[in-house]
Write a protein that binds this ligand. Structure first.
Ligand code: APR
Ligand code: ZN
Ligand code: ZN
Length: 374
């Protein structure tokens, strides 16, 4: 059936408010100028989605959650030239408009056209493409993916290799570049260095992969869920710490283990307490602390000001510092050429209809990444 130019009725998850999600029949309007409608094939469940569903980010409800998506272009709006119907694509939580000050700067990746800070929940023209029983439903970060069909700005779409295995590559939409890039591009982990990674979920695991690929000699993994340790060790973690099983603060243990503190510390949880622990795990001279976890917007970091003069670096990173449309298709190609292996991160795959079971597995700490299949 030709759906081009028509509203599509399909199944989508709707978060009605905090901790209230259900699968509903929704209407998805055709893409407007500069937009692309995508038939989703897979979507990962990322830690950021969990923050959204718990109401920890200032998002407008009701919304269609999800952002880590892989799919096939169903139709395109006027003016779209980089993709055509049938192309395999990934959704990008950070777009690349190519025109704003950040896109034009060689180092910038936090495109002005993103909808993360702040979240409008609307497309670039200020309207929504989703409705349910006549009610307007908001988008999440302009890339909602817990839905059979979505509409996304062209600048938030990356065309990928036609040979991509669509049941897994959704991880390269967010979790893999977020973690891997934090290590190789933002921190620039050096051979023989010591690292600590707070949080061994999907993003933390990709950080570990990046540290390992950069030749780190010691990678300390920190998580309160010891079920994460065997998989983390398989990826390259050399020492595992459960802060709840320690007699003293975890950063003190990291200090004792390394003598002076690590060269590179990463936070991939989203709690201010673990951000401070990561900062205090770094050595005082040339230590680099990279924050990847998304904290709630009203929380504040409290650091000892005197420590800042010692030479340590504190930085944050979003989507691995990649210029997304330029770089993310290359990560997919690297995966296809066995230069990077994302397979160990995909621990579960479930049909979209079993979203609640997938969320239960996530909350029980059983998954690294659970992929929803449409
Ligand atoms: N101390 C240590 N580990 C913790 C703590 C804590 N206080 N609280 C949670 N964790 C662990 C969890 O057990 C889990 O293994 O942090 C990990 C988080 O992993 P995921 O839930 O899989 O989330 P992920 O997708 O990796 O995202 C992590 O990065 O991009 C951001 O918004 C994202 O803030 C989130 C973070
Ligand atoms: Zn831009
Ligand atoms: Zn994500």
């Amino acid at each position: 059936m030709d759906t081009q130019g028509k509203t599509i009725t399909c199944q989508a998850a709707i978060a009605w408010g905090k901790n209230s999600i259900s699968i509903e029949e929704v209407q998805v309007e055709p893409p407007k100028t500069g937009e692309v409608r995508i038939k989703l094939i897979s979507s990962g469940i990322c830690g950021t989605d969990d923050h959204v569903l718990k109401g920890e980010l200032p998002m407008k409800f009701p919304l269609v959650p999800g952002h880590e998506g892989a799919g096939i272009v169903e139709s395109i709006g006027n003016g779209v030239s980089s993709v055509k119907p049938g192309d395999k694509v990934l959704t990008l939580i950070i777009p690349q408009c190519g025109e704003c000050s950040f896109c034009l700067h060689p180092k910038g990746n936090f495109c002005d056209k993103q909808d993360v800070l702040p979240c409008s929940g609307l497309m670039l023209d200020g309207t929504s493409r989703f409705s349910c029983k006549g009610e307007k439903i908001y988008h999440s970060f302009r890339v909602s993916t817990f839905t059979e069909y979505t509409v996304v700005p062209e600048i938030a779409v990356a065309k990928i290799d036609a040979a991509s295995p669509m049941d897994k590559v959704c991880l390269i939409s967010c979790g893999v570049p977020t973690g891997y890039g934090a290590a190789v591009r933002s921190a620039k982990v050096t051979p023989g260095s010591t690292c600590v990674v707070y949080g061994l979920g999907g993003v933390g695991s990709a950080i570990v992969m990046g540290c390992k690929a950069s030749g780190a000699s010691r990678i300390i993994g920190v998580d309160i869920n010891e079920e994460k340790f065997p998989r983390a060790r398989a990826l390259g973690v050399t020492d595992c710490l459960n802060p709840r099983a320690l007699q003293k603060p975890v950063q003190e243990v990291v200090m004792e283990m390394t003598g002076i503190g690590v060269d590179f510390a990463f936070e991939a949880i989203g709690h201010i307490e673990t951000m401070v622990s990561a900062w205090n795990s770094c050595n005082n001279s040339y230590g680099v602390c990279v924050i990847i976890g998304v904290a709630s917007p009203d929380s504040k970091l409290c650091l000892e000001a005197i420590k800042i003069i010692t030479g340590k670096t504190l930085k944050g990173v979003c989507l691995g510092d990649y210029k997304t449309r330029d770089c993310i298709p290359q990560i997919v190609s690297d995966y296809l050429q066995n230069k990077i292996n994302i397979d160990p991160l995909v621990t579960h795959q479930l049909p979209f209809k079993q979203l609640h079971k997938a969320l239960e597995l996530y909350h029980a700490g059983k998954t690294i990444r659970c992929v929803l299949l449409f």
